[in-house]
Design a protein around this ligand. Structure first.
Ligand code: ZN
Length: 204
């Protein structure tokens, strides 16, 4: 079963060792990534690959539509570990254009549990209904909603107590919002970076 994946794995491990014989031994010792990636589970958005980082360099949390819901124990556990233990310096909230989760949130169809998960996106839509509906074209509307969702999730992360406490301690930590384009492989910086509580006020 899945022999091709096991063969790929062996080839990958061999390649890493050939380039750097100490590669795996170093990683066993410890992980000290400087970045936490909060991204979509979409298979077309491979976190490490997009930003050219090796194992050990990026702490990753992915879910449908890159949400940071303040009641989600999974996300919060990742956030606290990244901030308090790993002491990452940057948190990247990375959405992507053409996100199926974002479209599903507002297309009016019923899918079950995921409709509850996607509820925060419907709230983002409602908060920006005027701007979004003025765009007319569905494609443009969805793309803008992907951006607005990222900005909203940056706000969630930057207003979280784990992040605010880190800033109070004087720990260097920035929260960024990016949107990745499936069509050209490039990220767009939404320019909503928060380096401290003052920057957060700008997002409200
Ligand atoms: Zn997505």
């Amino acid at each position: 079963m899945l022999e091709h994946l096991k063969a790929n794995n062996r080839a990958w491990a061999d390649g890493k060792l050939a380039a750097d014989p100490g590669f795996f031994q170093r990683l066993v010792g410890q992980q000290s990534p400087e970045y936490l990636w909060i991204g979509c589970a979409d298979s077309r958005v491979p976190a490490n690959e997009i930003v050219g980082l090796d194992p050990g360099e990026l702490f990753v949390h992915r879910n449908v539509a890159n949400l940071a819901p303040p009641q989600d124990a999974n996300y919060l556990s990742v956030l606290q570990f990244a901030v308090d233990v790993l002491k990452v310096k940057h948190i990247l909230v990375v959405g992507h254009y053409g996100c199926g989760g974002v479209v599903a949130a507002v297309d009016g169809q019923r899918r079950g549990l995921v409709d509850h998960w996607l509820h925060p996106i419907r709230e983002v839509y409602a908060a920006h209904r005027g701007e979004l509906e003025a765009l007319g074209d569905n494609h443009a509307k969805h793309d803008r909603l992907c951006e607005l969702n990222v900005i909203r999730q940056v706000r969630n992360v930057a207003s979280d107590v784990f992040v605010r406490d880190a800033w109070l301690r004087g720990q260097p930590l920035s929260v960024h919002g990016w949107v990745y384009s499936l069509s050209d492989g490039l990220v767009k910086d939404m320019d909503v970076t928060c380096n401290g509580p003052d920057d957060l006020d700008r997002l409200y």
